[in-house]
Structures are given as structure tokens and as C-alpha cells.
Design a protein around this ligand. Structure first.
Ligand code: IVH
Length: 675
């Protein structure tokens, strides 16, 4: 590789890792398994090791974790919250032991071994035995204050046992996670409501703990286990084992399955035994954490930038099974993206039967060289979403030709275009798959909110040829609907009523409904606040759009591209011709005349008469807006049940405080009805 090649490779790796960090830490929406992420990270470490002169201070290897979200209050940790280096091979464990022996100049080291819980780590502060503060790890230096949310977790003691020797000030570290049965039950509840399920228990735990509304956290079955004393005002016990026992003595939950190992061989035994009972445990673990037991030795070994030298995460090999690719199908998404999907001979991996696995994109299929008929290893690395780990070559096998993306869309036959690793169907609304996706999105809750127009009905309408464009929705008759499976006179009337009811729509909801790439609910609102009409938006150029805070080059490019496409202009014109009226501003748009226009509301605590979503819509209906933090500019703080620290802030700043009842009367019952 030339110098330029190495630089390019380093930049690409760093960008990729940062993107996944953001998806994982900030968005709770990881796209790759931990194994895949670890592979990328190791590749970067290796490359940097070979070229230390090219290591930049902003490289993901040079810092601990990722930035916290803006919306929860940030708090600095008393001690940095480190991460752990992970290993999977026995040789690496031996090498770790050798390193410890060399650095400590001894032949005998005691290790403490315990499960590596697959959740999110938290800092817990106890003052005089009372739980006073808790924070997520965040970037390792600064986390998010989730004290009120942590208080809802039953296994977290709010008061420690008043035993002798309890320190005045104590900071412990633990892991918050969700037991598997509870995770499955939660996902069932969520999907029944029509919302998206969590991909795995770790995401469910993280999403539940990092809620702005702690009453939601309280309904989530979270558990905490503590494994480290980070600081205390009296001397810390001499070994990690004593530390765990001390914590248990005070009433803190600590790992019950753990072992004090006299040698690294005993650590290996513990790892093997723990892996063999992994599937019987009620919660997910992904390895064993091995720690040098003596704390004075821990101090002597010290730490690197991201992790301590005295501990290691000895991971389990991800759950893998072997099966055969029976076919490679290509699915078409709402925006026309073609995704190759491997159809597998059904196989059970870690208790779940798997018959499909996404292959992400054409480059991925080529990189892994997966073809129809191949034998492959399927992996479920703590995740519920299965992936193909690798192909298993069979000696003497006759392989089929390499997989090629089709030239024509498998759904509508339109030609396929390429953008980098991605392939798109150019058919847009001609394509049944895209049309169905577009209609579902148009009708969804935060867009035109057409009740009764779910996935199944949309599929019937498109497949029967009754709806060929969004505007056709407004031309449907009762006779059309009654011919469909599952429709009777009353259900047809109801659907027609809700379609008719969507004809007058606010600019933000209409924009959201168009499904323009990069324009989700929030950006739609930003645009609707800035522009008086759809025409103004359609004729705005990139420069004009980028003058708006929150609108960057990607969003403006996407909007301009959408608006300059004649087919899209045609869709909008047809909708308007069929009677859709777009009212300026945000939801219902009587903001100009409302005395509350331009005011800012902050909510704290639980509400009884409104959901948070309803309250937000009610506020927007009158042209005001909701903010998550209190400042001097806040007009009103609405204090519900068990209000949080925002109430105190409001008092200090002299902001008007309303009860829920007062809020309801101020906003008027109209606010609630209209939204
Ligand atoms: S000790 C300084 N012990 O694993 C050492 N970590 O990959 C701090 N984790 O961020 C960590 N179970 O969230 C430790 N028994 C355990 C653990 C554990 C899970 C998590 C922790 C950490 C991650 C590192």
C-alpha cells in the first residue's frame, strides 16, 4: 500500500467507526453486530500500530466511548468510566496472563472472574448510604443524569443497609439490563401497539433508561448488578473479591455467579462452564470479565487511554450455526432501495429459528462471496437480527455463478440505478413496493394520520389496482372498498370518513407525509415554521434553505432534488386537485391568531389526561412549542406527578408554573381535540 492508500484506508475506517458509534450511542439504532464492530476497531488499531505517525488525536482509538445525547442533563463522572479490551481466543488469554506476570514480576496471580452482562453501565452515587445520583457512561468522562429513572429500578437500593463502616460518600459502577423473558414480553406489547420492536435486550435497556419521562422507565422491567467500587471516602477493600462482598453486605446487588481463580487455567474453566450455562440464564451475557484480584496490583498496572491494563473481557464465541442458502431474494423498500436477502434452510440459533438473513447490499455479498447453494455460518451475536458471518467452503463443491443485482426491479420491472454500494428501483410510484411504502408513510400517525389505513389494506388497494397514486386515495368509493377482503359496509364508511378527514392538513404533516429523504417529523416542522406555503418551499434554492438553522447540505440537496423532479410535482398537484388543502404552519395552524403563539412550554413529571405526544400536539396546535430544558425564555413549566429538577429550575428562574389542570384550561379543550 502506498502512503496515500494507507491514509485513505485510515480515514475510511475512522469515519465508519464514528458512524457506528453515533448509531449505537446516540441513536440506539446499531446497524452491525458487536463482533463486526470489534473487527473494524481492531483493524484500525492494527493499522495505527503499524503507522504510529498517522495516529490523530480525534481517532476513535484515542478516546473513551461516544458523546452523550443533548436532551438529558450532562454530568461529569467523579472517576473516568473506562471500557474493557476484549479477546476471544485462548492464546490471547494466555498472553494476557503472561503480560500480568511479567509486569508484576510474579508467577502467581489470583483473578476474579464474573459474567459480562450485556446491558449499559451506570455510575451510582450514595451519600451517607442514600442513593443521590446516577448517570450513564456517556463518553466515559461525562454521562447523562438518569437519577430519577434509576430510582424506578426495583433491584437498586435507594438506601444502603446501615452496617458499620458504611462510607459517607460512595460511588459504584454497575450494569443495567433487561431479563430475556421481560424483553420478549415488552416487544410483544410494543408491536401490538404498532410501534417498532427493540432489536435486542441491550437496546431495550438503554432505550428504557434514557427516557425523558421516568414514568415510562418505571413500566420497564430493568435490573441492575454492581461490579466495581469507583470511589469511596474510606479506604477501599484490598481485593476485588472483598469489594464485591463489601457491596453485597451493604445491600447492593452483585454478580452471584462468580469465581475466585488461583490461576489462568481456572479462569478458562470458569469461562467454559459459564458459556455452557449461558442459554439457561434468564438474562443475556456475552462473556466473562477477568480482573486481577489485588487492588494494589491493579494500581501498579494502571490504565491505557480507554481501558485498564488489569482487566479483560473474555468474550464467548458468538452463537453460530451452519446452514444452506436456498435462494437470494431481493426486497424493495419504501424509498426504492434494493436489499439482497438470503433465504436459508431453517436452522435454530440460540433458541430462535432463522430462515432469512439480510445481506445488506451488493458489496457485502461480493465481499463475503455468498452464492445460492452455498453453505454458510449464521450468527446471532447477542442480537435478535441474524446475519451471515461467513461462507463455509466445502471441498469439491460445484458452485453457482456469483450473485448479481438485477437490472430490473423484481417488483415492477423498472430499470435499476446505482449509487455507490446501493441499488435503487427508478420506478417510484409505478413500483408497487414503493407505492405501498409511500402510502403507508403518507397515512401514518405523524403524517396525515388516516386511521384504518394499515399495511394490509394498503397492500390490497395497490394489488387490486384501486390506488395507483397517493391522490387515488381521495377518489375511493364505498363500492371499491366493499369488494376487498375483510371490508363490510361499516368499516368501509369509517375508512372513507378518515380519508376525508385528512383532506385539511397542516403544512408540516403534509411535508412529513411526502416521505422526502432526510425530511422527518422534526425537519418538516422546521420548514413549516420558516415558510408560509408549500409553493415557497418548492421554489427555495439550496442557499435559501441552508440559511435555516438545522438545515444542512444533505437535507437541502434532498429537498431540492425532490422538488425538481416533475413526477413529484405531479403527485402534489394531483393531491391538491383531489381536494387536499394544506394549511400554513404547524398542526391545525391557527397560530397567527392564538395568544399563545410563539410561547415555549416545558413539561416535567407524569400527566394524567394527556400522553406526552398529545400534550406536544396540543401546544403546537396553538402555535407554541415544547422544549426539553428550562431557561429564562421558557414561558410555562407544566408540573405533573412527581416533577423532576425542572420544577426547581423554574422556581429559581421565576418561570410561571402550571398544574396539568391549568395547562388544559389555558390551551383549551380545542387544543386537545384538534391535535
Ligand atoms: S468492569 C474498569 N465488570 O462491559 C473496568 N464491566 O466492554 C470497568 N460490563 O463498559 C468494567 N459486565 O459496561 C465490568 N462484570 C463486569 C461487567 C462489565 C458488563 C460492561 C461494562 C463495560 C463493558 C466493557
Amino acid at each position: 500500500m502506498t502512503h496515500a492508500d494507507i491514509l485513505a484506508k485510515l480515514t475510511a475506517l475512522k469515519d465508519e467507526i464514528r458512524r457506528h458509534d453515533n448509531l449505537y450511542y446516540a441513536k440506539d439504532r446499531p446497524e452491525i453486530s458487536d463482533t463486526e464492530y470489534d473487527r473494524l476497531f481492531r483493524e484500525l488499531i492494527d493499522l495505527e500500530r503499524q503507522h504510529p505517525e498517522l495516529v490523530t488525536p480525534d481517532s476513535p482509538t484515542q478516546r473513551v466511548g461516544a458523546p452523550p445525547l443533548e436532551s438529558l442533563t450532562k454530568v461529569p463522572h467523579e472517576q473516568p468510566m473506562l471500557s474493557l479490551d476484549s479477546i476471544v481466543d485462548q492464546e490471547e488469554v494466555q498472553a494476557f496472563d503472561q503480560r500480568m506476570k511479567r509486569e508484576l514480576e510474579t508467577q502467581s496471580i489470583e483473578y476474579s472472574a464474573e459474567p459480562k452482562f450485556d446491558g449499559l453501565s451506570v455510575e451510582l452515587v450514595y451519600d451517607h448510604g442514600i442513593f443521590t445520583r446516577g448517570a450513564t457512561r456517556g463518553d466515559g468522562t461525562t454521562g447523562e443524569d438518569v437519577t430519577v429513572n434509576l430510582r424506578t429500578i426495583r433491584s437498586l437500593p435507594l438506601q444502603l443497609h446501615a452496617k458499620p463502616g458504611i462510607p459517607d460518600h460512595l460511588v459504584v459502577r454497575g450494569e443495567v439490563y433487561m431479563p430475556l423473558d421481560d424483553f420478549q414480553a415488552l416487544n410483544r406489547r410494543i408491536t401490538e401497539r404498532g410501534d417498532d420492536a427493540f432489536a435486542n435486550p441491550r437496546n431495550a435497556a438503554s432505550g428504557s433508561l434514557r427516557q425523558l419521562d421516568s414514568t415510562i422507565t418505571a413500566t420497564r422491567p430493568l435490573v441492575v448488578t454492581c461490579y466495581e467500587i469507583m470511589a469511596q471516602s474510606s479506604p477501599v477493600p484490598p481485593t476485588h473479591w472483598d469489594e464485591l462482598e463489601r457491596m453485597a453486605h451493604w445491600g447492593l446487588p452483585v454478580p452471584t455467579h462468580r469465581r475466585l481463580c488461583a490461576s489462568i487455567d481456572e479462569v478458562m474453566d470458569f469461562h467454559r462452564e459459564t458459556e455452557s450455562i449461558r442459554d439457561q440464564l434468564p438474562y443475556e451475557i456475552d462473556g466473562v470479565v477477568v480482573k486481577v484480584n489485588r487492588r494494589d496490583w491493579q494500581d501498579r498496572l494502571g490504565m491505557k487511554s480507554r481501558s485498564p491494563r488489569w482487566a479483560i473481557a473474555y468474550k464467548f464465541t458468538p452463537r453460530k450455526e451452519i446452514t444452506v442458502v436456498q435462494d437470494i431474494a431481493v426486497s424493495v423498500g419504501r424509498t426504492g432501495t434494493l436489499t439482497p436477502v438470503a433465504l436459508l434452510k431453517p436452522v435454530e440459533v440460540g433458541g430462535v429459528t432463522i430462515s432469512r438473513a439480510t445481506l445488506h447490499n451488493a458489496d457485502e455479498v461480493a465481499r463475503k462471496d455468498i452464492r445460492i447453494g452455498d453453505t454458510v455460518k449464521v450468527e446471532r451475536a447477542g442480537d435478535v437480527i441474524p446475519a451471515i458471518a461467513e461462507r463455509v467452503p466445502i471441498p469439491g463443491e460445484q458452485r453457482q455463478a456469483p450473485f448479481c443485482m438485477p437490472d430490473h426491479c423484481p417488483v415492477c420491472g423498472s430499470s435499476v440505478a446505482r449509487e455507490g454500494a446501493y441499488f435503487y428501483c427508478t420506478g417510484q410510484s409505478v413500483c408497487g413496493a414503493q407505492l405501498k411504502g409511500a402510502i403507508e408513510h403518507f397515512a401514518s400517525k405523524h403524517a396525515l394520520n388516516i386511521e384504518g389505513l394499515g399495511k394490509k389494506t394498503v397492500a390490497q388497494l395497490v394489488d387490486e389496482g384501486l390506488v395507483k397514486s397517493l391522490a387515488d386515495l381521495y377518489r375511493l368509493s364505498k363500492d371499491d372498498l366493499i369488494t376487498l377482503d375483510g371490508f363490510a359496509d361499516r368499516s368501509a364508511t369509517l375508512l372513507l370518513e378518515s380519508i376525508a378527514g385528512s383532506k385539511t392538513v397542516s403544512l408540516d404533516r403534509f411535508l412529513m407525509g411526502l416521505g422526502i429523504r432526510q425530511v422527518g417529523q422534526h425537519i418538516a416542522k422546521v420548514l413549516a415554521r420558516e415558510f408560509k406555503s408549500l409553493d415557497e418551499i418548492m421554489s427555495a434554492d439550496r442557499e435559501r434553505l441552508q440559511q435555516i438553522r438545522e438545515i444542512g447540505p444533505e437535507i437541502s440537496d434532498s429537498l431540492v432534488a425532490y422538488c425538481s423532479e416533475p413526477r413529484n410535482r405531479e403527485v402534489i398537484a394531483q393531491l391538491q386537485e383531489s381536494g387536499v388543502q394544506i394549511t400554513p404552519g404547524l398542526a391545525m395552524g391557527n397560530r397567527a391568531t392564538s395568544p399563545l403563539a410563539g410561547k415555549t412550554f416545558v413539561f416535567t413529571g407524569g400527566l394524567d389526561r394527556f400522553t406526552r405526544d398529545e400534550a406536544q400536539r396540543a401546544v403546537e396546535t396553538v402555535g407554541a412549542r415544547v422544549s426539553s430544558s428550562v431557561s429564562k425564555k421558557t414561558s410555562y413549566v407544566v408540573a405533573g406527578r412527581d416533577p423532576g429538577s425542572k420544577l426547581e429550575q423554574a422556581k429559581t428562574l421565576g418561570v410561571t408554573i402550571l398544574t396539568e389542570q391549568e395547562f388544559a384550561s389555558l390551551i383549551g379543550e380545542e387544543g386537545k381535540k384538534l391535535s
